[in-house]
Design a protein around this ligand. Structure first.
Ligand code: KG4
Ligand code: ZN
Length: 363
């Protein structure tokens, strides 16, 4: 069996992401254990495709990934001035995500790998997010506390190295991204909700409404945002009788609801994260996942961390949400750190549900 290993001087990894509503392709190059370098990446967002339906339609997502993946691959190779024969490993998101959507990158990576005789590696989507700050100009070093805030997951982790992740706490119901999306829907902002809610919040007063901060004063690092979502929906229902809906007052209220809800989510995320840093005595924080693009969250974390003497690292804003670069990066780092090898069996599967601790290495 052909395997890619640590001893190769340089490693060129092509990464595919198709777990939800973005098709992402990227090429990274790794030299030994030093942080891999992003050579090129390309992304196609399906926001317009799903917009009319108010959310992701899985079958449409899969079909669109099929249409986009190879043209994006050609574009990435052209940008990086590389040929397919220069690629050493093909990485793909193995899960979690939508089963049909995941199968597109998995099937393409394995077919391409078999045709070219190159090894392939299935990557955990959340590990991609977790390691995405290594794509920034000033990458972190291990160990650190990670706040992972994506659409489906809110997790605090102690990260000792590649594949060495200890879960400290996580969302027990709605994740932060999910709360952003559901509150946005309640306010009539449609899909995708997070960025729209954040934009509307800029026009509102964050202290206009005192929404609940669930679990804020409960010991431990778990999160719960379902009650906050319901509290906002109740407030909106109080005002949303037909006559009020079109008035200027209602429009102003909407911005206040958005700002106050965002502030409640950010308050909880910041307090729990600072608590986890204190408890683990770490002075380095990594923030990753789609909600990591939120400007208010970054402002508040920056302020709190600077006061506590903690260094914060984010991925570039454009690489907070799903992309191929984080998948290529995670694969390159797993191989370079000897956590996993890419293989040529090509018998792929996908894991729509897949806990992150399943990818922890033994060391
Ligand atoms: O990490 P991601 O791209 O996908 C998952 O793996 O889930 O995260 C998507 C989530 C969505 O819930 C989206 O609304 C949220 O990230 N999001 C934001 C912002 N940009 C994306 N939430 C708040 N503010 C933003 N600027
Ligand atoms: Zn994601």
């Amino acid at each position: 069996m052909m395997q890619q290993s640590l001893t190769d001087p340089s490693l060129c990894v092509l990464g595919f992401e198709s777990s939800c509503d973005e098709t992402g392709v990227a090429l990274v190059e790794a030299m030994g254990r030093s942080t891999p370098r992003l050579l090129a990446h390309a992304l196609h967002s399906q926001v317009e495709l799903h917009g009319a339906y108010g959310g992701v339609v899985p079958e449409l997502a899969s079909r669109d990934h099929i249409r986009r993946l190879l043209p994006l691959t050609r574009s990435v190779l052209a940008q990086a001035q590389r040929r397919l024969s220069d690629v050493d490993v093909i990485a793909f998101t193995r899960g979690p995500g939508l089963a049909g959507a995941l199968l597109v990158a998995a099937g393409t990576a394995c077919a391409m790998g078999a045709a070219l005789g190159k090894p392939v590696l299935g990557v955990h989507h959340l590990e991609g997010h977790l390691l995405s700050p290594f794509l920034a100009e000033d990458p972190p070093c291990f160990p650190f506390v990670a706040l992972l805030v994506s659409g489906g997951h809110t997790q605090l982790m102690r990260v000792e190295g590649v594949g060495k992740y200890v879960l400290l706490g996580e969302s027990i119901d709605d994740a932060a991204g999910e709360a952003f999306d559901k509150i946005a829907k309640t306010l009539g902002l449609g899909y995708p909700g997070g960025p729209a809610l954040a934009k509307l919040a800029q026009e509102g007063k964050a202290d206009a409404f005192r929404f609940p901060r669930p679990l804020l004063h409960v010991p431990g690092w778990d999160f719960s945002f379902a009650g906050l979502k319901t509290a906002v929906a109740r407030q909106v229902a109080l005002h949303a009788n037909g006559a009020d809906l079109a008035t200027a007052l209602y429009m102003a209220l909407r911005a206040d609801w958005a700002a106050s809800a965002q502030e409640a989510i950010v308050d909880v995320l910041v307090a729990k994260t600072l608590g986890a840093l204190r408890a683990t005595r770490m002075d380095r924080l990594v923030v990753a996942g789609g909600v990591g693009a939120n400007r208010r969250l970054r402002e508040r974390l920056d302020a709190a961390c600077s006061q506590a003497g903690v260094r914060v690292h984010y991925p570039p804003v454009a690489l907070c949400t799903d992309n191929g670069a984080m998948i290529a990066m995670a694969a390159a780092m797993r191989i370079a750190h000897g956590v996993e090898r890419a293989e040529t069996t090509y018998a792929f599967d996908v894991r729509p549900r897949w806990p992150l601790d399943a990818v922890c290495g033994s060391g």
